[in-house]
Design a protein around this ligand. Structure first.
Ligand SMILES: Cc1cc2nc3c(=O)[nH]c(=O)nc-3n(C[C@H](O)[C@H](O)[C@H](O)COP(=O)(O)OP(=O)(O)OC[C@H]3O[C@@H](n4cnc5c(N)ncnc54)[C@H](O)[C@@H]3O)c2cc1C
Ligand SMILES: *[C@@H]1O[C@H](CO)[C@@H](O)[C@H](O)[C@H]1NC(C)=O
Ligand SMILES: *[C@@H]1O[C@H](CO)[C@@H](O)[C@H](O)[C@H]1NC(C)=O
Ligand SMILES: CC(=O)N[C@H]1CO[C@H](CO)[C@@H](O)[C@@H]1O
Length: 538
């Protein structure tokens, strides 16, 4: 056979294999569909139209339902393994029935709320699986008199902020800066944003929760007990149960806040500015959150050359005059002037931090699709001792050399120093100066690009080793990173779990293992980085 014939022959074989495996997947999806719907019917009342909530791969809207909450194109390619079924509960009892049926039928269950998981583990898996998609659970009820709100887990942060603002101009909630992020993943994993130094993390302001456990029971703080309530504040939700809602405590915000973004890229003393930022940002007034961004960009001056955009972005819970005074004293190298500041309402600052200033109205905060999906990979680190000036210089050179990886530095201190590291499952409290977020993002899902960019971000992470926390090298659960360890759901579950578990949870890991062993001893709620159960001593 000549070469072109051989290629033709091979491609026919490949197509045949693909066809057979696909139609096999589709038909098993269909038979699982029948079994699953039957099971749901036996666990719900006859009036419930349960067939309306189950999508098999053959349903016309299966693909659009799957894609609706995919927030990273890396995990939406033709070769991505898709769920056998997608279940979209409309009532609490649908969630209970879904858990029970997945367990009896023996199907691996993924839980998705906002779909922002950086590794997509709420909607992809190497094992055959189904998705419990919470998207019908977006109700938010705000009670200003008692300064609380009950928030269902598929509500977005933007919706939470907007619904609070509708009722009160002097209340807010401390959570993330990206409005489309879902409450389900965000609050169970910690949740930080621009009010963190004043009010702590989202979980520091959670006062109750409602969860469906592995036995299909609905529990609240009182009935789930202190241990489980502790675990689902920072330990992640997915390996303990399905969280239906969180009850949050609102915080007060002034009628006027101040934001600024200043670009220091062209300053000769940019390294001194960074060193001063490092001194000031984690220690200054709690009302001030000042994030430093180092982004590789193409030089506007010399064509083909990379340079770094160095900028400081801030929110101050107060007026511009006071802010200029504070920073004039503490951070003179920044040279902040009142003209560099904008005073606005808190909700406008949310909008501003989200980069929504594209002519959209405030209601854009309610829009789940106000998000440009691209491919990305992220990693995180904690810094406990100041990086020396020549360290910063070296880091800047490496960023330019690699050319694509951005570093954001989020200062801690303030309230973060007051909450003890075992108060919630999130351990990274006092002693941390700031957290680093590494980001690389690109368009498309071409494998060559992906490999190049992912290896760049791994190199940057490796370059940073001397400057960041050690033993363990800590990481933030909500910046999910499968590079730091993975659970293969085999015999070695516990030992694999220790690896990433210590990085995410430090000393809290062992307590999380105890809680997990207690509430889900059979490890039904497994995922790629779940908390393992205690190894069987027998
Ligand atoms: C653009 C962008 C900006 C971000 N900005 C911030 C930020 O400012 N601050 C910050 O702290 N983080 C930020 N994050 C990270 C974000 O907090 C996490 O990705 C978070 O886990 C997303 O929650 P989700 O519900 O959208 O994600 P999902 O992918 O739906 O879920 C994430 C994890 O939680 C589990 N889960 C989801 N819902 C439930 C539930 N109801 N019950 C049990 N388990 C559940 C999932 O199974 C999965 O393991 C950002 C992420 C993105 C993509
Ligand atoms: C959301 O609230 C509406 C109106 O009260 C209610 O009909 C609906 O069932 C609620 N949805 C969920 C998932 O609880
Ligand atoms: C701050 O404002 C001053 C005065 O308008 C301006 O000259 C300067 O460029 C601004 N600085 C930054 C970093 O934006
Ligand atoms: C949720 C949904 O639309 N499910 C449909 C999937 O396809 C079956 C068979 O055609 C329908 O009966 C379901 O209603």
């Amino acid at each position: 056979m000549d070469k072109s014939k051989l290629l033709q022959f091979l491609s026919v074989i490949i197509i045949l294999v693909l066809y057979v495996s696909n139609s096999h997947a589709a038909s098993s999806s269909e038979s699982i569909y029948v079994t699953f719907v039957q099971c749901l019917k036996s666990h719900t009342t006859p009036q419930d139209q349960v067939s309306n909530i189950v999508y098999a791969q053959t349903n016309a809207s299966y693909t659009s339902i799957f894609q609706a909450f995919v927030r990273n194109s890396r995990f939406n390619t033709p070769s991505t393994t898709k769920p056998l079924l997608i279940i979209t509960p409309q009532h609490e009892n649908h969630v209970q029935a879904t858990v029970l049926c997945s367990k009896t039928i023996g199907l691996h269950l993924k839980i998705r709320s906002g779909g922002h998981d950086f590794e997509g583990i709420s909607y992809i898996s190497d094992l055959p699986f189904i998705i419990l998609d919470m998207f019908n659970f977006q109700n938010i009820s705000v009670d200003i008199q008692n300064e609380i709100a009950v928030v269902q887990t598929s509500a977005s942060l933007g919706q939470v902020y907007y619904r609070i603002w509708e009722k009160s101009k002097v209340h807010g909630f401390p959570a993330g800066v990206c409005p489309t992020v879902g409450v389900g993943g965000h609050l169970s994993g910690g949740g930080y944003g621009s009010m963190m130094r004043k009010y702590g993390l989202s979980i520091d302001n959670v006062i109750d929760a409602k969860i469906v456990d592995v036995n299909g029971r609905i529990l609240d703080k009182k009935t789930m007990g202190e241990d489980l309530f502790w675990a689902i504040r920072g330990g992640g939700g997915a390996c303990f149960g399905v969280i239906l809602s969180y009850t949050i405590k609102l915080v007060s915000v002034p009628e006027k806040v101040t934001v600024f973004t200043v670009d220091k890229s062209l300053e000769k003393n940019v390294l001194d500015i960074i060193v001063q930022w490092q001194q000031v940002a984690p220690q200054t007034d709690d009302r001030l959150f000042m994030r430093l961004l180092l982004q590789p960009v193409n030089s506007k001056v010399v064509k083909g050359l990379k340079t770094i955009r160095t900028s400081v972005q801030a929110l101050f819970l107060g007026g511009a005059d006071e802010l200029v005074m504070i920073l004039g004293k503490e951070f003179p190298l920044l040279g902040l002037k009142k003209e560099n500041c904008s005073e606005m309402s808190w909700i406008e600052s949310v909008f501003n931090w989200a980069n929504y200033n594209d002519g959209s109205s405030l209601t854009a905060l309610l829009d789940r699709n106000h998000y440009k999906v691209h491919s990305s990979k992220r990693k995180s680190d904690y810094v406990k001792s100041p990086i020396p000036k020549d360290g910063w210089k070296w880091i800047m050179n490496k960023i330019i050399e690699l050319g694509k990886v951005e570093l954001d530095f989020n200062p801690y201190g303030g309230k973060m120093n007051e909450v003890t590291s075992d108060a919630t499952a999130f351990p990274h409290r006092t002693g941390n100066l700031y957290k680093i977020q590494y980001t690389v993002s690109w368009e498309g899902s071409e494998a060559g690009l992906e490999n190049n960019f992912i290896s760049q971000i791994r190199m940057m992470y490796s370059y940073m080793t001397p400057f960041v926390s050690k033993n363990p090298r800590s990481a933030y659960l909500n910046y999910r990173d499968l590079d730091i360890g993975i659970n293969s759901h085999g015999k070695d579950e516990y030992n694999e779990g220790v690896v990433y578990g210590k990085k995410y949870f430090g000393e809290n890991f062992e307590r999380l293992v105890k809680v997990k062993t207690q509430v889900d001893p059979q490890n039904f709620f497994w995922n790629e980085q779940s908390i393992p159960t205690l190894p069987n001593k027998a």
